[in-house]
Design a protein around this ligand. Structure first.
Ligand code: DI6
Ligand code: FE
Length: 411
């Protein structure tokens, strides 16, 4: 077990020299600087850029690290995960290999409800123990911030347990955790098929209670034929607005219910999946500044054929992020590097888009771009240092991890 992140204090000043910097600063491009210096004071970056303009070390106890030409990028951000959950669904994977579809398995009481049973049966400590190896796999690849959704508890006590487990993960590892309440994920068995009554409970009781307990950073919903309708989602979003919480949406993954427009209407931070989104949806997202979170792991695992409208997203200037969607049913993926490679091979994202999608734009999708997502003065010192000669190597390789070291808030 690692010691608590609270225990170790970073030195007052640390200076990384002789680095190939991909700062991702400035809104576009990779922000490449050769022979760069990054100066960190406490938790924050004081300077990042050419060595010639770097400030003098504060004093003799400043720690100087020679990067030997290695590449520094922002620490990676996985902005869409269901990392906390009980059990797994390997058995359903076997059924799908025999021809069953995801929708058929869900209709037969499997799917999300199978994970609900395993999640309710687990203690908070049990959920943390099951999630830690998944978190460690992400962290080992340079991830410094991870979003974690609830949505497999689906009653007050079990949603609280999931969100508390997510918060606890952030105390056990040097990583930022952002929690998202996904109460409108599926209809639990005890709701007796009454989706409207369940939504009233999600919006009227679960969300306000958990928000008051400080467990909710954002609110998400699953807008789909097998989940909740746009008008039901709108009720959850209205409750989020009353609590001043930002929203996100699982939108247009399996069909086009115009989730992208719905998300944009509510000024969502992000709309996620988007395989079936049309141009009107893309335009609405562009107007609202909503980030498109692309999830190639789910696309791959479900063997989907309809690609997200990447060209339209580009043409209308919608920022794109890339995430693992780590979940037991549709994307049992714990590699953000592989998600980047999949986004390139399957969705034809460029290297720059893949890297921005797991740094700058992922931060934007979580509403934390002021603090992280690029290497520039004022932001948290969340860095990944890689044994590579060019950032394209991060996207190009499959199943290879060139991480040399990882810095979270200066540590
Ligand atoms: N979209 C997904 O891909 C996952 N949830 C969601 O809203 C699937 C979750 C699961 O099958 O367990
Ligand atoms: Fe998801």
């Amino acid at each position: 077990m690692q010691s608590s992140p609270k225990a170790s204090q970073p030195p007052r000043e640390r200076i990384w020299r002789n680095a190939l910097l991909a700062s991702m600063a400035g809104g576009t491009g990779l922000g490449m600087v050769e022979a760069a210096t990054v100066v960190v004071r406490g938790e924050r970056i004081a300077y990042a850029g050419p060595a010639a303009q770097a400030p003098e070390p504060l004093g003799p106890d400043s720690e100087v690290i020679d990067c030997g030409g290695r590449c520094i990028t922002p620490g990676l951000i996985d902005c869409h995960t269901h990392l906390v959950h009980g059990g797994n669904r390997a058995h359903e994977f076997e059924l799908r290999l025999q021809g069953a579809t995801y929708q058929q398995i869900a209709a037969a009481g499997g799917g999300i409800i199978a994970t609900l049973r395993a999640t309710r049966a687990a203690t908070q400590e049990g959920l943390v123990a099951q999630a830690l190896p998944r978190l460690d796999a992400l962290v080992a690849e340079g991830v410094t911030t991870v979003e974690v959704k609830s949505g497999y508890g689906l009653d007050l006590e079990n949603e609280r347990k999931m969100l508390s487990a997510a918060r606890q993960l952030g105390t056990l590892r040097h990583v930022g955790v952002r929690t998202t309440f996904l109460g409108a994920h599926a209809l639990p068995p005890e709701a007796g098929g009454d989706a409207d009554a369940f939504i009233a409970q999600v919006a009227g009781q679960m969300l306000p209670t958990l928000a008051a307990e400080g467990l909710v950073d954002a609110v998400d919903a699953f807008c789909e034929g097998i989940a909740f309708s746009p008008s039901q989602v709108a009720r959850v979003f209205a409750a989020a607005a009353r609590l001043d919480l930002p929203v996100k949406l699982h939108a247009d993954q399996l069909s086009n219910l115009h989730g992208a427009e719905l998300a944009a209407t509510h000024h969502a931070l992000s709309a996620d999946h988007l395989e079936h989104t049309d141009e009107a949806g893309v335009r609405a997202m562009a107007r609202a500044g909503t980030v498109a979170v692309l999830l190639p792991g789910a696309f791959y695992f479900l063997r989907e054929k309809t690609l997200p409208p990447v060209e339209l997203l580009r043409r209308h200037g919608v920022p794109m992020a890339v995430a693992t969607d780590c979940n037991p049913g549709t994307s049992p993926l714990t590699s953000l590097l592989l998600a980047m490679n999949m986004a390139a091979t399957q969705f034809r994202l460029t290297v720059e888009e893949c890297l921005a999608g797991t740094t700058r734009e992922a931060a934007r999708a979580l509403g934390i771009a002021r603090d992280t997502g690029s290497v520039e003065a004022g932001k948290y010192a969340d860095l990944a240092i890689w044994d590579i000669g060019s950032p394209s190597e991060l996207v190009y390789r499959i199943g290879f991890n060139p991480l040399h070291s990882r810095i979270w808030r200066g540590r």
